[in-house]
Design a protein around this ligand. Structure first.
Ligand code: F6P
Length: 469
């Protein structure tokens, strides 16, 4: 079997420095890698102008190869083009984009640096799987350096429509770079369609049979692979979480009150301001919930040195202060808002304790919190997932209470409905969501992507008949 090389900006080590605040990519790829093994290449998470040598470290069946970033690289590539251009653009917030040619060239430079290091370790039989918006040009750079191995790319974020994509200078290069992969994976049909329309209308390319796309002499296959969670293993992890001190203290502090929980990186895509406003309206319009509920929002600080994130943190602090000042009593706190992360087992046990799981992003690629919340529930007394229709997870988890995250009154109504939902309806909805998650777990995700990548790159006749779109 060929060795797998996974490449992503963020590399998760089980005892990594940002433990408890990892996002979907780190959690999902870790679960997939733990089983398959191989090399995981990416940023060490450190900014250091002096030490640029790659570090190799083996843990279990994963060899981690990581590189530091220089301050200028971090500013231009990570803070700049990746998180101040592509991230807002891909999450439908072009007004937050801060584009500069300098950041774009820093972004390409870091992709070249990653390529240089990878060229030292790639063997002819390796399969290369590149992840996320930080590394879109990497496949093309590797191809130009002569790499002939199968190379797949998976985008963890949404992919925008052509109308939106056009707002970024040089958008055609984004589309064209993606065409250098053998296989490009998206979270949802809408993301896939955005890419196909971009290639056809933005570049003048064609859609061929079997999900293939062509532009000039470039061909690639693009498909949908919704990322998922470790459905089988997570209940056991939640069991272990129930023995932690944090869980016990939360449990005891609640008494008979119902818990609502939200767990999101502090990011403007997560819809926290409107979520807090919906909770405010729930309490303001329904006296019966006063003193009867507690909302726990866990939001580790993320990308705090990007201006839009700093502004968001201040805005959310104000909303939280307003809720506490308006409704809290000397012996009841309606909102507990924490800017730090917890161990996964603790979080999973907390999900299980929560009567309502709140996942209401304004836009999200998938959102694995939604899936983890469902899997962590007790089958005989499951909680209710309140889920934004703009999260990728809503395509599969349609038995959740689906909300429009821009409709604050609608969300307040959904919270009331979730808090009052009878047991039989909760069980029916949970079973329906679990039947999806049992089939589509993280291992199925990994196997279907890598299986397709290997199949597509076996020598074969390519059918290049163009389909009319
Ligand atoms: O796709 C986006 C993503 O990689 C998520 O998986 C994760 O939530 C987030 O970005 C992590 O961001 P960062 O690496 O900047 O902390």
């Amino acid at each position: 079997m060929s060795r797998l090389i996974v490449v992503s900006n963020r590399v998760a080590k089980t005892d990594g420095a940002n433990k408890g605040s990892e996002g979907g990519l780190a959690v999902g790829v870790m679960a997939a890698m733990e089983k398959a093994g191989g090399v995981w290449f990416g940023w060490s998470g450190k900014v250091d102008n002096r030490d640029e040598t790659a570090k190799h470290e083996v843990r279990g069946n994963i060899e981690y190869v990581t590189v530091n970033m220089r301050q200028s690289e971090y500013n231009q590539y990570y803070k700049g083009y990746a998180n101040s251009v592509l991230w807002p653009l891909f999450h439908q917030r072009p007004e937050l984009m801060q584009y500069s040619d300098r950041d774009l060239s820093g972004y390409i430079q870091v992709n070249k640096k990653f390529a240089e290091e990878l060229l030292k370790i790639i063997a002819p039989t390796d399969t290369i799987w590149i992840h996320d918006y930080h590394l879109i040009p990497l496949g093309k750079i590797l191809r130009e350096a002569g790499v002939r191995n199968p190379i797949g790319f998976f985008l963890h974020t949404p992919f925008p429509s052509l109308d939106l994509l056009r707002t970024v200078p040089g958008y055609k290069n984004v589309l064209e770079a993606l065409l250098h992969y053998d296989l490009v994976g998206f979270q949802t049909e809408a993301d896939h369609l955005g890419f196909c329309m971009g290639v056809c209308q933005g570049l003048g390319g064609e859609i061929l049979k079997h999900d293939r796309l062509r532009y000039g002499d470039r061909h690639c296959t693009a498909r949908v692979y919704p990322i998922s969670v470790e459905t089988q293993a997570l209940p056991g992890v939640a069991d272990r979480g129930e023995t932690t001190q944090e869980y016990q203290r939360l449990y005891e502090s609640l008494g008979d009150r119902k818990l609502l929980i939200g767990v999101d990186r502090l990011d403007y895509s997560k819809g926290l301001v409107r979520r807090f406003q919906a909770y405010d309206r729930l309490l303001g319009h329904n006296n019966e919930f006063l003193r009867q509920v507690v909302y726990l929002q866990i939001s580790p600080t993320s990308r705090g040195d990007v201006q839009a994130y700093g502004d968001l943190a201040k805005r959310i602090d104000r909303e939280a202060g307003h809720i506490i000042g308006t409704y809290a009593d000397f012996d009841w706190m309606p909102l507990r808002y924490l800017n730090r992360g917890f161990r996964r087992k603790t979080i999973l046990a907390m999900y299980r304790l929560a009567h309502v799981g709140l996942v209401t992003p304004l836009k999200d690629g998938m959102n694995l919190v939604a899936k983890e919340y469902v899997v962590a529930q007790k089958p005989e007394d499951p909680g209710v997932l309140v889920l934004s229709e703009l999260a990728g997870a809503a395509d599969e988890l349609d038995a959740a209470v689906i909300v429009n995250p821009y409709d604050v009154d609608g969300m307040a109504g959904a919270l009331a409905k979730a808090l009052q939902m009878p047991l039989d309806e909760r069980v029916d909805r949970w079973k329906s969501m679990m039947s999806v998650l049992k089939k589509q777990d993280i291992h199925a995700w990994q196997q279907s992507f890598l299986g397709d990548l290997l199949h597509l790159t076996k020598p074969q006749t390519i059918d290049s008949t163009a389909l009319k779109y």
